[in-house]
Ligand binder design. Structure first.
Ligand code: GLC
Length: 570
């Protein structure tokens, strides 16, 4: 990696008491079951994370976001929670959690945990109570139960389809053994939706937020934040009725369960709780809503920040990037939040793979977003269809651009290794994602970005643990391992470390000025302290402006920035 500056080190740990720490943080998402396995049972765990705190520190990130680590039957990778105030015994104990939080904090790293408020698992104590209780009982009122249609209630209350495919309603057997009511599940049938009109549900989540805040958790990522409140009073509209109303249905907040205005009353109450802590607890909404309605989730009276998935859904394209960045910075400013940026997470095809695929016309939205990636999953995920080298080159360029943007940058475990998505190498018999099972034969689902990380170039599960890993790793992981990249000039890991170190030194006021590059396919901007980022989205080399080159995502060619590359200058 060419550079004229000396290697920057992270001297200044995040100011831990600063109430604005989150505004421009780099947040590293850990999918705990696939990060590091300390006890050799094939599943990543809390002690595995604790053991890797030195790695995280060296990476230079400001915070860790932990995907669910709660007791769960894993019908949806842990997003089916049995108990919100405990740790899955396969992952550890509450004491292990406390030790991990302390180790992170001692290393100057904040801790964000995932909260899943739209639904519990079907093994949650409350849901079991609801099944055992009669129609119309208080226990059933905590969830969304309705009688079916048809002569004997044998038809679901509506024809709504769950996000993972198949009906959004499941019929239960009543305690007396007769076929009974139906409950709503926007996701898998093991994920019954809560009834957020029920005060007990609201109180219980306040207790959960307090429980983790009191344990020192610094912030929360709110799962499907836009789904909680529902309007199921009247006769339910059909899917065709809803479709006929088009975009207006969403823009006016009239959809029966997505992005209803009332949801913000819940977050206002949460905000009051967050603000009782010093520093106030932070929250970021996962809200797949119309861009015009996103700011409500990010308001200071609400969660404070919301994910912006626009770059994640864009092609590697200068015009798209420029438009998205401009729009989101303006939006963030208007809402009082800072913007968020993300290319990869546990729900989408890794960006190093997406960028190696032909751009796609088709739109794939929601948690399966990333248009080219979605098409690839539909086509069966064959690695020979991916231009791996180009994908990685672009991914490095895009990530380096992201790290120079004002706002917070969210990284997903393994992207610092330039990992590719694992496609059809995972046999069907070993798949875990409910999206694969409920949508059988449609696409291969999200397991490919959840394969355990390669820490070493060989050995059992590439150093992930002492035995086989819960999802199989492909042989090509060897070249992407931490061991293979450690200390290698030009490796993706070295690039990320250098970028993070520079970012924490250079991070400045949340503003950006676009620079005219004279080329449509070259995007450049400058931060108020002169920190400049230039990205060449094209193929023809670009002559860099004067300045000291701090880092570049690919080697410069005779001082020029080659295609699909980013450089930082000062
Ligand atoms: C969110 C999560 C996803 C999960 C879904 C249901 O979108 O990111 O992984 O399947 O919610 O909880």
């Amino acid at each position: 990696m060419p550079t004229t500056a000396t290697m920057a080190t992270r001297t200044d740990a995040l100011r831990m008491d600063d109430p604005t720490w989150w505004r421009q943080a780099s947040v590293y998402q850990i999918y705990p079951r696939s990060f590091a396995d300390s006890n050799g049972d094939g599943m990543g765990d809390i002690n595995g994370i604790t053991a890797k705190v030195p790695y995280l520190r060296e990476l230079g990130i400001d915070a860790v976001w932990l995907s669910p680590f709660y007791p769960s039957a894993l019908a949806d990778g842990g997003y089916d929670v049995d108990d919100y105030r405990n740790v899955d015994p396969r992952l550890g104990t509450l004491e292990d959690f406390d030790a991990m939080a302390k180790a992170l904090h001692d290393a100057g790293i904040k801790l964000i945990v995932d909260i899943v408020p739209n639904h519990s698992s079907d093994r949650h104590e409350w849901f079991r109570e609801a099944l055992a209780a009669p129609r119309g009982s208080a226990a059933r009122d905590r969830y969304v139960f309705r009688d079916g249609l048809g002569e004997n209630g044998e038809l679901p209350p509506s024809d709504w389809v769950s996000v993972f495919g198949g009906p959004a309603w499941e019929r239960i057997t009543e305690p007396d053994g007769t076929p009974g009511q139906w409950y709503m599940h926007i996701f898998a049938k093991e994920q019954p939706d809560f009834n957020w009109d029920n005060r007990e549900v609201r109180e219980d989540f306040l207790s959960t937020l307090r429980f983790w805040s009191d344990r020192g958790v610094d912030g929360f990522r709110i799962d499907v934040a836009h789904a909680l409140t529902k309007n199921l009073e009247e006769t339910l509209p059909t899917t065709a009725d809803l479709e006929a109303q088009g975009e207006a249905l969403y823009l006016e907040g009239r959809h029966p369960y997505w992005d209803r205005d009332e949801v913000h009353e819940i977050y206002a109450e949460w905000r009051r709780l967050f603000n009782e802590y010093t520093p106030p607890r932070t929250a970021v909404a996962e809200a797949w809503v119309h861009a015009d309605r996103r700011a409500r989730y990010a308001s200071p009276e609400g969660l404070g920040q919301a994910f912006n998935f626009d770059l994640l859904q864009a092609d590697f394209d200068a015009a798209q990037f420029r438009t998205i960045i401009t729009k989101n910075l303006a939006e963030a400013e208007a809402s009082g939040a800072s913007s968020t940026w993300v290319f990869s997470n546990h729900d989408v095809v890794r960006h190093a793979t997406r960028y190696g695929l032909p751009a796609s016309e088709d739109s794939a939205e929601g948690i399966m977003a990333g248009q080219a990636g979605k098409q690839w999953l539909l086509a069966g995920g064959r690695q020979e269809d991916v231009d791996v080298e180009l994908g990685l080159r672009r991914a490095r360029a895009a990530s380096l651009l992201m790290f120079a943007l004002p706002g917070s940058a969210y990284l997903y475990q393994g992207e610092e290794l330039g990992l590719q998505e694992v496609g059809c190498e995972i046999p069907d018999s070993e798949r875990q994602d409910p999206a694969f099972f409920r949508n059988k034969g449609v696409d291969i689902g999200r397991d490919g970005c959840r394969v355990p990380l390669p820490w070493t170039s060989g050995g059992a599960s590439f150093g992930f643990g002492a035995g086989a890993s819960h999802l199989p790793q492909p042989a090509w992981f060897t070249g992407s391992s931490v061991e293979a990249q450690e200390g290698q000039v030009g490796s993706t890991l070295s690039l990320y470390r250098r970028a993070m170190a520079l970012r924490s030194q250079l991070q400045t006021a949340e503003a950006l000025e676009w620079l005219d590059t004279g080329r449509d396919d070259v995007v450049a901007f400058r931060r108020p302290n002169g920190w400049t980022s230039v990205t060449n989205f094209g193929t023809e080399a670009f002559e860099l402006p004067a300045g000291e080159v701090l880092v570049s995502s690919s080697p410069l060619e005779a001082g020029s920035l080659p295609g699909a590359a980013t450089a930082w200058l000062r």
